[in-house]
Design a protein around this ligand. Structure first.
Ligand code: ATP
Ligand code: LTN
Length: 351
């Protein structure tokens, strides 16, 4: 039955569909990262470390979201390389394919199918309010439709697996809210169809800032390579980037994110990688200058990244990586197919 809702929009009132969706005994986690270039310390400390911790007590699904990557122009060969690089890095940092499902988005057709169905439940108004879309399309009269629909594809990724929780950075809050809105809207109009997922936001301390300018976040798209430390950076690049990192003129190793953002960011990185508290770091560097602290940090970062790089080199060109991704796609597909069948049934699609 179709009638107007309180806001004047046409809404379809709930029909007779009442099947309950079974709650999971173990929370299901889904997250994705775009294969859009070298991953950096921010991605690792902010997002991937949480993915690894979650593996032990949850049912985790991690994805290389290659279809999101083509919302901006991509060279096909470079994209293929970045997909395999990212998959190998997931494993190198500690995602265990025996514990978690690791797969490439475009290998499971349900993402694109569900994305279209959700597109038909979304409004241009809500999509044009997305800040990521606004910033990526700024100044252009006509923006790529893929960029506009990006958050609907992200909602499809999440809802396709009956996901309970989505670990992401705070920059993704609006996309998670849209996902929840779309799920609730479909549930209200078609009967219970989706689990409404929760965002699981990374702690504030997990935000790593750019090393050349600590007022902006470390980012893979920054043109200055000394703004970030990539996970595959060689030891000399790590040294160069840290030694030239922007600090202040006080030269006292003290944490004060508002007034001393540069040194505070470096102390944060040191603390997360070593497990030492900020207070202990301040104590052990009392009377020492920034040069001493930076030299220590160079060693800490080099030692932390060496095993990741070694594991990456072992797996990146191996048959094992391909086997893991094929197996991951099969396991993901086995979860996605019945969810998509449920959605199609609710929408009256097919026979
Ligand atoms: P871009 O700079 O091209 O937008 P990005 O480096 O921000 O990319 P994404 O692929 O958008 O990386 O993000 C992957 C994950 O890493 C997300 O969960 C995001 O919140 C997290 N992340 C990205 N940058 C940082 C950072 N500087 N500190 C902490 N977490 C981060
Ligand atoms: N938009 C996210 C990447 C992403 C994602 C997802 C994250 C695509 N699909 C599903 C969590 C769940 C980003 O830019 N970080």
């Amino acid at each position: 039955m179709i009638s107007r809702g309180p806001d004047g929009r046409f809404v379809e009132r709930k029909t007779t569909m009442t099947t309950k969706i079974k709650k999971h005994d173990i929370p299901r986690i889904f997250s994705g990262i775009q294969p859009s270039g070298d991953l950096h310390l921010g991605n690792y400390l902010g997002a991937m470390r949480q993915f690894i911790e979650l593996q032990d007590n949850n049912d985790c699904i991690y994805c290389v979201v290659d279809m999101h990557a083509i919302t901006v122009p991509q060279d096909p060969e470079a994209l293929k390389k970045h997909i395999l690089d990212l998959a190998a890095l997931y494993i190198a940092v500690g995602i265990d394919p025996k514990k978690s499902i690791l797969f490439v988005q475009s290998m499971v057709p349900g993402h694109a199918e569900l994305s279209w169905i959700l597109t038909c439940s979304s409004y241009t108004g809500e999509l044009s309010r997305m800040t990521q879309f606004k910033s990526k399309s700024r100044g252009e009269e006509s923006a790529p439709t893929g960029l506009f629909c990006y958050p609907v594809l992200m909602a499809a990724d999440i809802l396709l697996y009956d996901t309970d929780q989505v670990p992401v950075g705070n920059d993704q809050t609006q996309h998670i809210e849209l996902t929840r809105d779309l799920a609730t809207r479909v549930n209200n109009t078609k009967g219970e169809t989706f689990i409404v997922p929760e965002g699981r936001y990374l702690k504030e301390g997990a935000r790593i800032m750019a090393l050349d300018d600590p007022t902006k976040k470390m980012s893979k798209s920054d043109p200055n390579i000394h703004s970030r430390i990539s996970l595959m950076d060689p030891p000399n690049k790590i040294k160069k980037t840290i030694m030239r990192a922007t600090t202040d003129s006080e030269a006292i190793v003290r944490f004060d994110a508002a007034n001393k953002p540069g040194i505070s960011n470096l102390m944060n990185i040191y603390s997360v990688l070593t497990g030492e508290s900020i207070a202990d770091i301040e104590t052990s560097f009392t009377g020492k200058g920034y040069g001493d602290f930076k030299k220590e940090l160079v060693g800490v970062v080099q030692e932390s990244l060496a095993p990741i790089q070694e594991r990456f080199n072992d797996i990146r060109y191996s048959d094992e990586l391909i086997t893991v991704l094929k197996d991951g796609a099969e396991r993901a597909n086995a979860i996605a197919v019945p969810v998509l069948a449920r959605v199609k049934e609710r929408f009256g699609l097919g026979l």
